[in-house]
Write a protein that binds this ligand. Structure first.
Ligand SMILES: Nc1ncnc2c1ncn2[C@@H]1O[C@H](COP(=O)(O)OP(=O)(O)OP(=O)(O)O)[C@@H](O)[C@H]1O
Ligand SMILES: CC(=O)N[C@H]1[C@@H]2OC[C@@H](O2)[C@@H](O)[C@@H]1O[C@H](C)C(=O)O
Length: 374
């Protein structure tokens, strides 16, 4: 096994920053040691959003963005290494998720694209990088997402308590940790993404802090009901989604039948949509005793309160209460997935993604050849 110090790098769908997490990992333990969130410059954020929303880009623009993101991931990692006084020799590997710019698991030729050149990262840091985690699973007929349920299982499975782990990022995803059953998991739909898109459009704010603006509004029930009839919500698992489906265009299309509604009422309705689609899936999946929430949405008290209200009898808490910082969860997961890959262990769960079989995931970009320790 390739035990050692790992760094996980996660740039999620919210584009709120690059999360970098340092952890000591071995067969029995993932010990978080430090973390850092690196800002994303506005021009890079704008270009990523443009691709995600289907705007045509030249190959030159795409190539340049790939390089700039690779360098940005390297800056993020080097900042954390400097803060911690670590040299390249002290780190076994970096697990880098990359930036998802397109995810189309149901098309004729299923594809998912995470950019940010890993060669830039290895060249700048001198540390072996593992990247491109999703496409092997897709090549095996899977969705390529979500991948974190295996990590949630490793860290948070309880012998008797029925638990679910919920990540509320741009998209929300649920892991079902039910004793005696194979772990399952899938995306439930929008997490913060629609709320973020709407407040950005209306008030030029990146997100609705503590759900304060949504609280000024009232849920428009007919609009909520119409949103809930979107066929994506009724689709059975395995399923995953992204910005190419749930975006500002989706909101505008929903609003076309509701002219003149107050913007704060739309914000309230979007917050309720997030809570309702999650709660429905928790209940449809048989319910649980404890729902452990991570991701930025766990800090939105309105969404948390609406979840608790719709899930009476379930203890809704944040993973922070279990000693696992919710902001670092995905970064930790990709550090752990890099450890799995270098140890020759599978990273995907076919029961989650729908892949034909388990597989070692990712591509290795070695700092040295032969890799250190061989
Ligand atoms: N205090 C807060 N109040 C309301 N929302 C918050 C608060 N803090 C964070 N958020 C939300 O969390 C989002 C960031 O979440 P997170 O970092 O988990 O996303 P991500 O990792 O990019 O997403 P994904 O898991 O989909 O890849 C912000 O864009 C914002 O919407
Ligand atoms: C294609 C892609 O990047 N999907 C992300 C996204 O963000 C949340 C949700 O949608 C989840 O499916 C996935 O990320 C987590 C880390 C996962 O793979 O488990």
């Amino acid at each position: 096994m390739k035990s050692g110090r790992y760094i996980g790098v996660m740039s999620g769908t919210s584009l709120d920053g690059i999360d970098v997490v340092l952890a000591a990992i071995d067969e029995n333990m993932v010990a978080q040691q430090a973390s850092y969130c690196h800002p994303i410059p506005p021009d890079i954020r704008r270009d990523i959003l443009a691709i995600c929303q289907g705007q045509a880009l030249t190959l030159s623009q795409l190539g340049q963005l790939d390089t700039r993101l690779g360098k940005l991931f390297a800056d993020a990692v080097l900042t954390l290494m400097k803060q911690q006084g670590l040299s390249a020799e002290e780190i076994t590997a970096i697990g880098c998720h990359g930036q998802t710019v397109w995810h189309e698991p149901e098309s004729e030729a299923p594809n998912t694209l995470q950019i940010g050149d890993n060669n830039q990262l290895v060249a700048a840091t001198g540390v072996t990088v593992v990247g491109d985690f999703r496409r092997r699973d897709m090549a095996l007929g899977g969705q390529g997402a979500p991948l974190v349920p295996a990590f949630h299982q490793a860290l948070l499975m309880h012998p008797v308590e029925r638990r679910m782990v919920l990540n509320i990022g741009g998209i929300a995803n649920l892991s079902l940790l039910i004793p005696g059953m194979p772990v399952r998991g899938y995306d439930t739909g929008p997490g913060n993404m629609l709320m973020d898109a709407w407040i950005w459009r209306q008030r030029a704010l990146p997100y609705d802090k503590d759900g304060e603006w949504a609280r000024e509004g009232t849920v428009i029930l007919p609009l909520l009901q119409q949103m809930l009839t979107d066929p994506w919500f009724a689709r059975p698992a395995p399923k995953s989604t992204g910005r190419e489906y749930f975006n500002l265009g989706w909101i505008e299309q929903q609003l076309s039948h509701f002219p003149g509604v107050a913007p704060q009422d739309v914000q309230a309705t979007l917050a309720e949509l997030t809570a309702t689609t999650i709660a429905e899936q928790v209940l449809l999946s048989g319910g649980c005793e404890r729902l452990m929430v991570c991701g930025g949405g766990s800090r939105n008290p309105l969404v948390m309160a609406r979840l608790a209200a719709q899930l009476a009898g379930t203890e809704v808490c944040s993973t922070d209460e279990a000693g696992l910082c919710g902001d670092d969860m995905e970064g930790l997961a990709f550090a752990w997935l890099a450890y799995r890959t270098l140890s020759g262990l599978a990273g995907n769960l076919p029961a989650v993604t729908g892949a034909r079989e388990e597989s070692v995931l990712g591509a290795i970009f070695p700092a040295n050849y032969p890799p250190r320790g061989h």
